[in-house]
Design a protein around this ligand. Structure first.
Ligand SMILES: Cc1ncc(COP(=O)(O)O)c(C=O)c1O
Length: 402
């Protein structure tokens, strides 16, 4: 007979998934409601309202899509792309290539603007590329989890708006942890996830978009045949499951029958958003800033160096250069095996060069920072790294104890 597994409790200091808030997990254990149950419809409406706060938007459309964050990216891009449309994808890290990959599969004409991963783009460089390539859509990442860099967006957003270009932004790694000003930065469609700064398990994607997108998407609406043959469309969106035109009507007053909602996930999302609003987004951002500062300075006191441009780093990830002669994977394994603490490696050229320490959501708290720094020091000493043991952890404690 199979045994019921009991999993080891971890301290998760990766850039996602991070620890879910215990109250979120409790809410997810509540009884099942049908997707059109009035009690469930009420929390769907509250989710829509609450999502507008961290997205910093007045958009009518803000809701969840079943599937991990990339389901939202795919939904948004599929809704806007028709075959042959030109999309400009500026890449300063790994996740921009995911956007490009999705656009290619939607048969877009994708133009990649590439640079090193040390820093984001100067906005003027992106604007120059837009002028040169004249795309219908610009798709970018706000916070790149692979290299911990964050892209300024306001000038690009303004230029796109003035030139009637759709501006699509991946805010998966920043939403809930730092400012994500959808309206002020003139972003037409933004996507976030649940498993990072919102402290909700992976499995939902969050989307918001404005009237320009809504109008465009309305022109592609197609109703499923079994629901009535009255709304067929030559320009329908290629995916049925990720069809924004139908999802909008499922989350709206029409309550169009589409997929069977993952109701327990929505309970968890509702609780994650409720906790974020209870803390206050400005307080949540300040908490991430403070823990980012103490983690970074603590590791610097240990003689460690950070990767990339300091001024444009996201507070939600800390990219630590692995010192010469130290086996990064061995350090990660010792942390996990002996201290039950998980940190991440990276991708592409940065694999084996940096560790990524996550500072997100419920995982971004004092006791995690302190226990991680103490364990990290002991493991690095064990692996022969020369430094003053205790320099990082005692610095962190003195900062918190001030
Ligand atoms: C910036 C960014 N975009 C997109 C994704 C893809 O998200 P998911 O794995 O939830 O589909 C991730 C995942 O880590 C991410 O960090």
């Amino acid at each position: 007979m199979y045994q019921q597994p009991v999993f080891t409790k971890r301290t998760i200091m990766t850039p996602g998934p991070v620890e879910a808030h215990p109250s979120v997990l409790r809410q997810m254990g509540q009884t099942i409601l049908g997707q059109f149950d009035p009690e469930f419809l009420q929390i769907m409406d509250e989710v829509k309202e609450m999502l507008r706060v961290p997205f910093q938007t007045k958009n009518e459309q803000a809701f969840a899509i079943d599937g991990t964050s990339r389901s939202g990216l795919e939904t948004g891009l599929f809704a806007l792309i028709e075959p042959g449309d030109k999309v400009l994808v500026p890449c300063y890290g790994r996740f921009a290539y995911l956007l490009g990959e999705i656009c290619e599969r939607a048969h877009a004409d994708v133009v990649y603007l590439e640079k090193d991963w040390e820093a984001p783009f100067a906005e003027a460089d992106v604007i120059a590329a837009i002028k040169e390539h004249q795309p219908k859509i610009v798709a970018m990442v706000h916070g790149e989890t692979a290299n911990a860099q964050m892209q300024p967006l306001a000038e690009i957003g303004q230029f796109c708006r003035e030139n009637d270009i759709f501006f699509v932004v991946d805010m998966v790694a920043t939403f809930g942890g730092t400012e994500t000003k959808v309206d002020e930065w003139q972003i037409d469609l933004a996507v976030a996830g649940t498993q990072k700064c919102l402290s909700v398990p992976s499995g939902l994607s969050l989307i918001t978009y404005n009237d320009r997108v809504q109008k465009y998407v309305a022109g592609r609406y197609q109703k499923e045949l079994g629901l009535g043959a009255d709304a067929r469309n030559d320009r329908h969106i290629q995916s049925n499951y990720l069809d924004l035109s139908q999802l909008e009507k499922y989350w709206g007053p029409e309550r169009l029958n589409h997929h069977t909602e993952a109701t327990t996930m929505i309970y968890g999302l509702h609780e994650g958003l409720r906790l974020l609003l209870q803390e206050g987004i400005e307080n949540a951002y300040a908490r991430h800033q403070e823990n980012n500062r103490i983690l970074t300075e603590g590791m610097q006191k240990m003689g460690l160096k950070m990767f990339g441009n300091e001024g444009t780093k996201t507070p939600t990830v800390i990219p630590v250069l692995i010192p010469e002669g130290i086996d990064g994977e061995k350090v990660r394994a010792l942390l996990l095996d002996h201290y039950k603490i998980e940190i991440a490696s990276s991708f592409g050229d940065l694999k084996g060069k940096i560790w990524r320490v996550g500072n997100m959501g419920y995982s971004s708290r004092k006791e995690n920072v302190l226990s991680f720094l103490s364990a990290f020091e002991t493991v690095l000493k064990n692996q022969g790294y020369q430094f003053e043991v205790g320099a990082g952890s005692s610095y962190a404690l003195s900062e918190y104890a001030k």
